[in-house]
Design a protein around this ligand. Structure first.
Ligand code: MN
Ligand code: MN
Length: 324
C-alpha cells in the first residue's frame, strides 16, 4: 500500500523547497491548470485514432500520427473526445458546482453511463453500475482493478486540491475507488496527481524527475528507464509509457506525438501525459492547430472549469500571493 508519510514528506520537500522567487503566481497557475485540462482533451482526441493499434500498424497507416483526425475503432469525428475527457469533465463540473462530493461525482458518472457513451472501460462500467444498483461508493479490493481508468481522470482532482498533498491523496484514492480498487491504481493516481501539482506550480523538470524517481522507488513496477514500449490499459504499462515519454521529450507536441504513436491504450496514455505536459510546458506551447480541432464549447468550458477549480483549491483560497 501507499506509504502515506514517505509520500507526503517527499512531496513537501520538493514542492515547498525554497525557490528563487518565493511565491506562486496565481495567474500562471491558472494558465497551467487550463493547459492541463486542454492536454487531457487533446491527448484523448489525438490518441483515439490509433487506440488498440500496434506501433507498426500506425506506421503503415499514418506514418507518424501528428494531427487530430478522428476515425479509429470508434469512428470518431475529428476532435471528438472519449471517456477519458468525459469522466474528467464529470469530476470537474461536480467540484466546480458542489465542492468535493463523491456522491455527486458518482451521480454524474451514472448520468454519463446512461447516455450510452461509445467508449466505456469494463472496470468503470462495473463500478458505476454498482453505484447505480447499491449506492456503494467503493468496491472491494480487486485484483482485476489495476487498469488505468481511475488515473485518466486525475487532472481535475489535482487542480482542485492545489497545493495540499494530503487532500490530493485522499481525493485521488476516493474517486479511484468508485470504479477501481487496487494498490497500483491508487499509487498511480496519487503520483500522477503529485506530478500535476508540481507542474501546475511551475516546478522544474528536475523537481518532477526527482519526484518520479521517488515514486519508482516506492513502486518499482513503474520504473520507466528500461521501457519496453508496451502501452496497454494495465496501469503499470500506462505509467511507464507516460513517464518515459514525458521525461524524454522536449516540448508538448513531441511528447504527445511520441506517446500516442505507441498505440495500445493511446487515448488514455495521451490524456494522462497531455495533462502533465500541458501543465509543465504551459499554454503557449500547445499547438493551435490541435486546439482548433476541439469543439469550441469544450475549450471554453475547460477554461471556465480550470479557473473555478483553481480558485476553489486550497491554493486559490490562500492569500493572493501564496508564500511557501
Ligand atoms: Mn477513451
Ligand atoms: Mn483508452
Amino acid at each position: 500500500m501507499l506509504g502515506t508519510h514517505t509520500y507526503s514528506a517527499l512531496y513537501s520537500e520538493i514542492c515547498y523547497a525554497p525557490m528563487p522567487q518565493n511565491f506562486v503566481d496565481l495567474d500562471d497557475v491558472q494558465d497551467r491548470a487550463y493547459a492541463a485540462m486542454l492536454g487531457v482533451a487533446i491527448g484523448d482526441a489525438l490518441g483515439a485514432t490509433v487506440e488498440f493499434m500496434t506501433p507498426s500498424e500506425i506506421q503503415q497507416t499514418y506514418g507518424v500520427l501528428r494531427d487530430i483526425r478522428g476515425g479509429g475503432w470508434l469512428q470518431l469525428s475529428p476532435g471528438q473526445v472519449t471517456d477519458d475527457t468525459q469522466m474528467s469533465l464529470c469530476i470537474a463540473r461536480s467540484v466546480a458546482e458542489c465542492g468535493w462530493s463523491l456522491r455527486d461525482i458518482a451521480d454524474r458518472f451514472s448520468d454519463w453511463l446512461r447516455s450510452k457513451p461509445p467508449d466505456v472501460g469494463n472496470t468503470c462500467r462495473r463500478g458505476i453500475r454498482r453505484y447505480m444498483y447499491y449506492g456503494s461508493l467503493s468496491g472491494p479490493l480487486c485484483d482485476d482493478d489495476a487498469g488505468n481508468g481511475a488515473v485518466m481522470r486525475m487532472a481535475p482532482v489535482a487542480i482542485a486540491s492545489l497545493a495540499d498533498s494530503r487532500l490530493l491523496e485522499s481525493w485521488a484514492v476516493e474517486q479511484a475507488h468508485l470504479t477501481h480498487h487496487h494498490p497500483l491504481s491508487d499509487s498511480a493516481c496519487v503520483h500522477v496527481g503529485s506530478l500535476l501539482h508540481l507542474a501546475c506550480l511551475g516546478r522544474s523538470r528536475e523537481s518532477l524527475r526527482q519526484y518520479a524517481q521517488m515514486a519508482v522507488n516506492q513502486v518499482p513496477a513503474f520504473g520507466y528507464l528500461g521501457y519496453r514500449g508496451l502501452c496497454t490499459a494495465y496501469v503499470v504499462d500506462t505509467m511507464q509509457t507516460v513517464l518515459y515519454h514525458f521525461f524524454r521529450s522536449r516540448n508538448f507536441e513531441e511528447c504527445l506525438v511520441n506517446t500516442v504513436n505507441q498505440g495500445g491504450d493511446a487515448d488514455t496514455a495521451g490524456a494522462i501525459v497531455g495533462a502533465i505536459a500541458g501543465a509543465y510546458y504551459g499554454l503557449e506551447e500547445i499547438p493551435q492547430r490541435w486546439i482548433k480541432k476541439l469543439n469550441p464549447g469544450l475549450v471554453d468550458e475547460l477554461l471556465y472549469l480550470s479557473r473555478r477549480l483553481v480558485s476553489r483549491s486550497p491554493l486559490g483560497q490562500a492569500d493572493p500571493i501564496a508564500c511557501f
